[in-house]
Design a protein around this ligand. Structure first.
Ligand code: K1U
Ligand code: ZN
Length: 174
């Protein structure tokens, strides 16, 4: 298991469209372990492979409450098969855009088809925080960030802030 670096805005690799997983092998199982260690370490409630630089359609999540037992969830090749017409708004954050939170409107309920680590197909219905988080993570594997769902003014403002921070960090490195 390894704690991996989480890519931050404006890293262009966050805009890659991830490739489907063809075979669930030891490499995928090791990737999932690293993703859980990285997500719990951050801490966060979800993580997509692309956020640690692995553009494969793998997502992990854990929506359990702080002092409760972990409830790890793995989604391989997840696909939204249905979304409700009804929309709802929730505040979102992103480990690739640390300390920035904004309200995002999305379908209230979605059905998601995916494979588990054994290669078995599942279809789940998600609502509330589960629906918000799974849509946020599926966006990641399609190269979409939650700031793409907010106003251009807000998106430009946060993007500029992160470009400036990345330049300052590069200067310190040099
Ligand atoms: O994909 C990511 O960047 C992870 C992100 C998931 C997410 C959060 C909220 C709404 C939609 C998607 C995060 O986990 S941000 C951190 C966070 O929400 C959190 C951190 C510690 C405790 C509880 C929540
Ligand atoms: Zn995110």
């Amino acid at each position: 298991m390894a704690l991996r670096e989480i890519l931050k805005l404006p890293d262009k690799r966050l805009r890659l469209v991830s490739e489907p997983v063809k075979r669930i092998d030891a490499g995928i199982r090791a990737l999932v372990e690293d993703m859980f260690e990285t997500m719990y370490g951050a801490p966060g409630i979800g993580l997509a492979g692309v956020q640690i630089g692995v553009a494969k359609r793998v997502v992990v999540m854990d929506l359990s409450k702080k002092d409760d037992a972990h409830r790890p969830l793995v989604f391989i090749n997840p696909e939204i098969t249905w979304e409700s017409k009804e929309q709802s708004t929730h505040e979102e954050g992103c480990l690739s855009i640390p300390e920035y939170y904004e309200e995002v409107e999305r379908p209230n309920e979605v059905k998601v088809n995916y494979l588990d680590l054994e290669g078995k197909t599942h279809e789940i219905t998600a609502n509330g925080l589960f629906a918000t988080c799974v849509q946020h993570e599926i966006d990641h594997i399609n190269g979409v960030l939650f700031i793409d769902h907010i106003s251009k003014l807000k998106r430009d403002r946060v993007t500029k802030k992160f470009i400036k921070a990345a330049k300052a960090a590069k200067k310190v490195e040099a």
